[in-house]
Design a protein around this ligand. Structure first.
Ligand SMILES: [Zn+2]
Length: 291
C-alpha cells in the first residue's frame, strides 16, 4: 500500500488509501458536459487516471497530526461489500494498521462531505449494530450537508442508502458535531466551507511555520480540472457553485503557493498547481514527500 508521509512545518500528514478502482460509470456519463476528444491531452498527461473510457480513481483519506491532535479526514467507502461499485471492500483499516495507527488514537474524524466514498468507515456493523469505528473520536460535518442528505427529494434523486448506518447513527450516539461556519481544529488546521460539489462541502487548510497546504476534498476530482475549472462531474450537486469554488481555490493556492492534497488523484495525491504558458496544471509533488 506504500507509505506516504509529508511534514509541513510542525504538521505531519499521512496519505491513506481505502481503494483504487475503475469507477463503474463511463466518462461520457460521469462528465456529461465534456466532449470525449477533450480528454486527449489529459490522457497523455495523467495516464494513471484513465482505464479506457472509464476513470481510474483513488479513494484517499488523510491522517493529520497537529498540536497533539490526531485528525482523520474522510473515511472511504467502508467495510462493504459496496453494491454501487460491484461489491468491492474498503481497505482503510488495513492501511492504518500497516502504518501502525490504532483506531483509538484518532480523536477527530472530519468529513469533507457526505458522499458514500467519504463516510464509509465512520461506523462498523457488529451484531447488527452500527458502532463508531474510531471509538474515541468526535465526528464533524457541515450543517448544509447534514440537512441536504436527509431531504426526501434529494434522497430520491441521488439515493443515499448508507446515510442511516454511516452518519445518522453517529448523531444518535451523540458523537456527531454539526458545524455552520469555518473553524480551527487546532492552531494550525482550519476547516473552510467550499460548497458546490455538495452544499456543505468543506476543505482543510493547514498552515505551520510559514508553509501551507490545502486538503481540497472533491473540489477537484480529476487533475484535468486544474486546467479546466469549468468541468463538473455528475456528482457535483450545484455546477455553478462548484465551478466558482474551484476557481476561487485555484486562485488562492496559486497566489499563496499552497501545496494541494487531492483524495481522488493517484496516491498519495500530494502536489501543486503550476503555470505553463499561461495555463494551470497539476504537478505531482514528489519533492514534498518522504517515502
Ligand atoms: Zn468523492
Amino acid at each position: 500500500m506504500g507509505s506516504f508521509r509529508m511534514t509541513i512545518g510542525a504538521v505531519e500528514i499521512l496519505a491513506l488509501t481505502d481503494m483504487n478502482l475503475v469507477f463503474p460509470m463511463p466518462l461520457k456519463e460521469l462528465w456529461a458536459q465534456v466532449a470525449p476528444e477533450a480528454w486527449q491531452p489529459y490522457r497523455e498527461k495523467y495516464p494513471d487516471t484513465f482505464a479506457g473510457d472509464y476513470m481510474r480513481i483513488e479513494i484517499g483519506c488523510y491522517l493529520v497530526r497537529s498540536q497533539g491532535r490526531t485528525i482523520l479526514i474522510d473515511t472511504g467507502y467502508g467495510e462493504g461489500p459496496i453494491a454501487s461499485i460491484g461489491g468491492l471492500r474498503g481497505q482503510l483499516m488495513a492501511d492504518l494498521a500497516s502504518k501502525k495507527v490504532r483506531p483509538d488514537e484518532v480523536d477527530r474524524v472530519f468529513l469533507s462531505h457526505l458522499h458514500s466514498d467519504h463516510v464509509g468507515w465512520n461506523t462498523t456493523v457488529r451484531e447488527g449494530q452500527a458502532i463508531p469505528t474510531f471509538p474515541n473520536a468526535r465526528y464533524m460535518v457541515h450543517q448544509a450537508d447534514w440537512d441536504a442528505f436527509r431531504k426526501p427529494e434529494i434522497q430520491a434523486r441521488f439515493s443515499f442508502p448508507y446515510m442511516d448506518r454511516c452518519v445518522q447513527s453517529l448523531d444518535r450516539l451523540g458523537v456527531l458535531d454539526v458545524i455552520v461556519e469555518d473553524r480551527d481544529l487546532t492552531g494550525e488546521v482550519r476547516v473552510l466551507h467550499t460548497p458546490g460539489h455538495t452544499p456543505g462541502h468543506m476543505s482543510v487548510l493547514v498552515a505551520s511555520q510559514g508553509h501551507r497546504f490545502l486538503i481540497q476534498g472533491d473540489v477537484l476530482v480529476h487533475p484535468a480540472q486544474v486546467t479546466e475549472p469549468d468541468w463538473n462531474c455528475h456528482f457535483d450537486m450545484d455546477w455553478e457553485a462548484a465551478t466558482q469554488t474551484r476557481k476561487r481555490l485555484l486562485d488562492l493556492v496559486e497566489a499563496e503557493r499552497t501545496a494541494v492534497v487531492s483524495c481522488h488523484f493517484p496516491l498519495p495525491g500530494f502536489g501543486q498547481v503550476i503555470r505553463v504558458e499561461g495555463r494551470r496544471y497539476w504537478q505531482v509533488g514528489l519533492a514534498l514527500m518522504e517515502k
